[in-house]
Design a protein around this ligand. Structure first.
Ligand SMILES: CC(C)(COP(=O)(O)OP(=O)(O)OC[C@H]1O[C@@H](n2cnc3c(N)ncnc32)[C@H](O)[C@@H]1OP(=O)(O)O)[C@@H](O)C(=O)NCCC(=O)NCCS
Length: 150
């Protein structure tokens, strides 16, 4: 049987499993309350999950304000990393942003996170600045990466 990959909008029902992935992948995990606020209440937020054989194994989000989008998070469960799921999910976010009329998409990434930076570069994102001490858990700098999509 070939692996079935499906990307769809995140709903409130996904929050428990997304929170588990969040804890597996980030040193400072978002709480369920933050996820609920984003997915249910934030009218500027767009969240998607990727399913592998009907199981949610990753998610991503962005804020869209006028023609500007900011990726807030993207994560694939560690057991499923390196299988092109992150790439497919990120492509989905870019395509969704394009459909929503976004002109410029940006995000912050840890200077040490070479894996994510490599993935973003594949989609044309380039470094545009540095936020010193942006990550409060270890005072790490963030690289701001961006791309014009229209
Ligand atoms: C970043 C992340 C979403 C990538 O998802 P993934 O499914 O593992 O990545 P993919 O298999 O789709 O690979 C996409 C690209 O990422 C890069 N990449 C993936 N694994 C890599 C590795 N071990 N070393 C270096 N680059 C790597 C490559 O550019 C790869 O493309 P290529 O295979 O053509 O070279 C995932 O590793 C993750 O969830 N990390 C933890 C959370 C995180 O750091 N999120 C980003 C916050 S800014």
């Amino acid at each position: 049987m070939s692996d079935a990959i499906h990307i769809r909008e995140m709903t409130q029902e996904d929050i428990d499993v997304v929170h588990e992935i969040e804890k597996e992948t980030y040193s400072t995990a978002w709480t369920k309350d933050i996820l609920t606020q984003e997915v249910v209440h934030n009218k500027h937020a767009f969240y998607a999950v990727v399913e592998w054989n009907d199981v949610v194994v990753g998610y991503a989000g962005m804020w869209v304000v006028f023609d500007d989008a900011q990726i807030t998070t993207i994560a694939i469960s560690p057991a499923f990393q390196g299988r092109k799921l992150g790439e497919q999910l990120f492509k989905h976010m870019l395509e969704s942003a394009y459909t929503l009329g976004v002109q410029r998409l940006s995000l912050e990434v840890r200077v040490s996170n070479i894996v994510a930076q490599n993935m973003y570069r594949k989609f044309g994102l380039v470094p545009g600045g540095l936020r010193k001490g942006y990550y409060t858990d270890n005072n790490e700098d963030a690289i701001v990466m961006w791309v014009n999509i229209k």
